[in-house]
Design a protein around this ligand. Structure first.
Ligand SMILES: Nc1ncnc2c1ncn2[C@@H]1O[C@H](COP(=O)(O)OP(=O)(O)OP(=O)(O)O)[C@@H](O)[C@H]1O
Length: 423
């Protein structure tokens, strides 16, 4: 039997400064933890002598519990330490204390098949509680249940914000959410009132919020009452449209870096657990990071609003979407992920040439001439590496099957980059 050799005295120190008070508090906490551990240890050893000594100094130890809610009586019940259990019960141990799983000491003793212990606990009023017992208590999971994507509109602060963009479904605002700068897409009031839109919005947002990729703009949450608002990370370096307007044609290595980022983002969207077709890939929907990388934005929701309102591209033609539109979309034919590859070709072209594709035509006319007459922009720049030219031509093929997937595009771009660098 283990004997207690010495149990340290508590020497309360009168705190003089906040620092001293903190040190004393930490010391007391440690001391308390030491005492609890030792108390449990002696219960496990069935050492009533040592238990008595500790209890004399601190009677509350009899019902003290560890991080999982287990008391010294649980320990005794589990290891069949009859003498210690009898001692503890005599000194006020709660016979039906429940640990974090809801189990009482009797439940432990019964599970372990300790008959004498079962009898002792029953004689003292023990009940079978918890997962092994009769009365199962529901254990509240540690994760808060209200942890979801709904944003309380009152938490969005627009006081120092401003409109940073306008789309066909609403305005984009810069705002702060709990002190963090965010971009907020405020959906048009007329759309926010439509019940079927609200339903689709919620479903879609649920999906969008699961997306996580370095080249995809991160959604943070949404409001679900009027006005519907979508909260996302704010990218302060602006969009590729403004960047190209300011810089004109980009150096080839920058083009390749941006193109690889777009391809990576699109691979993630197309080949994730649920395939997301962007359908509106264009320079305005590519946002820049300050480290000269790109993220794909504004995917997912367009299909809700467009399909629900039967809003045609004619109505929103001025936004420029037409210019990047695949022929099958223009002709209302069935389409797949390859529509984004077509738009990607147009963006590549614009980055190298420094001008929008078929800029001599209005957006709708440009789309029409590409879809109906098979026109394509002229590759004029001398900067093109031959393979990049070939890639663009493949990507804007009329037949969608001839267009490569983004996975292949990424490999081709990596090859071009390698070769270009080694020149
Ligand atoms: N997360 C963001 N961070 C910073 N700026 C953004 C963000 N999202 C959008 N913007 C800015 O707002 C502009 C408008 O975006 P929005 O997606 O509403 O419109 P759009 O794509 O031009 O139009 P539509 O939605 O009709 O296709 C973008 O071009 C960009 O400049």
């Amino acid at each position: 039997m283990l004997m207690e050799s010495s149990i340290p005295d508590q020497n309360p120190v009168v705190p003089k400064t906040p620092r001293e008070a903190a040190v004393t508090k930490a010391h007391e906490k440690k001391h308390r933890m030491d005492c609890t551990s030792r108390f449990f240890w002696y219960a496990r050893q069935d050492n009533t002598y040592a238990l008595r000594q500790l209890l004399q100094k601190d009677p509350s130890l009899v019902n003290t519990y560890g991080y999982d809610g287990r008391t010294s009586l649980h320990v005794c019940a589990f290891y069949n330490c009859l003498a210690a259990a009898t001692f503890l019960l005599r000194h006020g141990a709660h016979v039906n204390a429940q640990d974090r799983w809801g189990n009482s000491p009797l439940s432990d003793a019964q599970t372990e098949g300790h008959k004498e212990m079962v009898n002792l606990l029953k004689e003292n009023g023990g009940q079978l509680l918890g997962s092994h017992g009769i009365k199962i208590r529901t254990i509240v999971p540690p994760v808060p249940q209200n942890c979801d994507w709904r944003v309380d509109p009152s938490e969005l602060d627009f006081s120092k914000g401003m409109v940073i963009g306008k789309g066909s479904f609403g305005e984009i605002w810069k705002a702060t959410w709990r002190g963090t700068p965010v971009a907020v897409k405020k959906i048009l009031a007329s759309l926010s009132e439509d019940e079927s839109i609200i339903k689709h919005f919620k479903e879609e947002v649920e999906l969008l919020l699961k997306l996580r990729h370095p080249n995809v703009v991160q959604f943070l949450g949404a409001t679900t009452s009027k006005p519907l608002m979508l909260v996302m990370e704010f990218l302060k370096a602006g969009d590729l449209h403004s960047f190209l307007k300011e810089k004109g044609a980009l150096p080839i290595l920058t083009v390749i870096r941006f193109a690889k980022d777009i391809a990576r983002g699109m691979i993630y969207l197309h080949h994730g657990s649920c395939c997301i077709i962007h359908r509106d890939l264009k320079p305005r929907n590519l946002l820049l990071l300050e480290n000269n990388h790109v993220k794909v934005a504004d995917f997912g929701l367009s299909k809700i609003f467009r399909s629900n309102t039967r809003q045609s591209y004619i109505l929103t033609g001025e936004t420029g979407s037409y210019r990047y539109m695949a022929p099958e979309v223009f002709c209302h034919k069935p389409y797949d992920t390859k529509v984004d590859v077509f738009s990607f070709a147009m963006i590549l072209y614009q980055m190298i040439e420094g001008e929008s594709p078929l800029r001599e035509l209005a957006p709708y006319e440009a789309a029409k001439s590409m879809a109906i007459e098979g026109c394509r922009p002229k590759l004029k720049s001398k900067a093109y590496p031959q393979q990049l030219k070939e890639l663009i031509i493949k990507c804007w093929s009329r037949t969608k099957e001839k267009r490569p997937y983004f996975k292949e595009i990424l490999t081709i771009l990596e090859g071009i980059e390698l070769e270009y660098r080694s020149r």
